[in-house]
Design a binder for this molecule. Structure first.
Ligand code: NAD
Length: 320
């Protein structure tokens, strides 16, 4: 089972269903990537911050060596961490990340969050995370998003990234980017599930020809280990009576309904699992359609709850 593709504004085709790599343990990461390739995944969504790019690269290299896939059949996504926003830091860290993946270009490279942090040398700590001292001190950089975007565009010029994009931007920062972008963002990656639908942001991006990738399609399920009251109080989406009823009607699983809700509306998805049978199930989520009644019921589930925000991970006084 292969994923359908979406043509990006850069001209490249991107698989619509990919595989997420956040919180994939280093010990199992190479095998997970290798198994996901065997299951038919071609898009992998990584990041410096996930701390597992070397292991991801090992999984990819093994699959290529065994002839299961060719490099050009894969679509490898990674992200620029915030401590590398300064213009002169973007290319060197991209080269390091490429070396970790054992590849010479990213298919797509994203600005992970639209906020610059002070540089931390990789020899001091890698991945650097949020805190300058590794513990509690957040230091902002004065680099603007326009400066960072200019450095991202140079990655395309240098052949290190085929497409570039943005993540966790809101409408204002998307508008701002479009004022100065020489190369427009190919994708906008955002948290998107029935509890956080952000219809205006999705419409804006789609109207501007920017493909939206939904992350954390299963809502609170991806955030279970985070000590946050929003996660504790939000009912798991896969157990929602609305989602279960729609799933039963279409003879699909609730997870497949949650993924199809996004892909049917033109978004890409990047679910994550370590289980082979679940990998196959998630990839096989595009061959049915929700009807208008289903879409209306899911639209009514919007609570505007965001699970992925730094202040949910640590107290705000450490941030500001
Ligand atoms: P997710 O929404 O994919 O949920 C993962 C959880 O759901 C895991 O516990 C998994 O076991 C379970 N699961 C997966 N498929 C299932 C199925 N079919 N049935 C039952 N349970 C299932 O989690 P996520 O990791 O938050 O998001 C996916 C990816 O999005 C990440 O791995 C990462 O690549 C990306 N992401 C990006 C950002 C960003 O800031 N850009 C933030 C969060 C996530």
């Amino acid at each position: 089972m292969a994923s359908p593709t979406i043509k990006l504004n850069s001209g490249y085709e991107m698989p619509q269903v990919g595989f997420g790599l956040w919180k994939v343990d280093n010990a199992v990461c190479a095998d997970t990537v290798y198994n996901a390739i065997k299951a038919g995944y071609r898009l992998f969504d990584g990041a410096c911050d996930y701390g597992n790019e070397k292991e991801c690269g090992e999984g990819v290299a093994r699959a290529i060596k065994e002839g299961i896939v060719k490099r050009e059949e894969l679509f490898i996504v990674s992200k620029l961490w915030q401590t590398f926003h300064d213009e002169d830091k973007v290319e060197p860290i991209t080269r390091k990340q490429l070396a970790d993946w054992q590849i010479d270009y990213f298919d797509l490279f994203l600005i992970h969050f639209p906020a610059a942090l002070e540089y931390v040398d990789p020899s001091v700590r890698y991945p650097p995370g949020w805190f300058y001292d590794g513990k509690s001190e957040v230091r902002w950089s004065k680099t603007t998003l326009q400066q960072t975007w200019g450095a991202m565009e140079k990655l395309v010029d240098a052949g290190l990234a085929r497409s570039i994009g943005i993540s966790n931007y809101q409408a204002q920062s998307v508008y701002d980017n479009l004022l100065y972008a020489r190369i427009r963002p190919a994708t906008l990656q955002i948290e998107h599930h029935p509890y956080l639908q952000q219809p205006d942001l999705v419409n804006l991006a789609q109207k501007e020809g920017i493909t939206v990738t939904a992350y954390s399609s299963f809502g609170p399920t991806g955030f279970m280990e985070i000590e946050d009251f929003r996660v504790k109080h939000a009912a798991p989406l896969m157990e929602s009576p609305v989602i279960k009823e729609i799933a039963t009607k279409h003879k699909k699983t609730p997870a497949q309904v949650l993924l199809r809700w996004a892909t049917q509306r033109g978004l890409a998805v990047i679910p994550k699992t370590s289980r082979s049978e679940v990998m196959a199930q998630n990839l096989d989520s595009v061959n049915f359609n929700l009807d208008d009644g289903d879409l209306t019921k899911i639209a009514e589930m919007d609570l505007n709850i965001r699970f992925n925000k730094p202040t949910n991970y640590f107290s705000a006084d450490k941030l500001f």
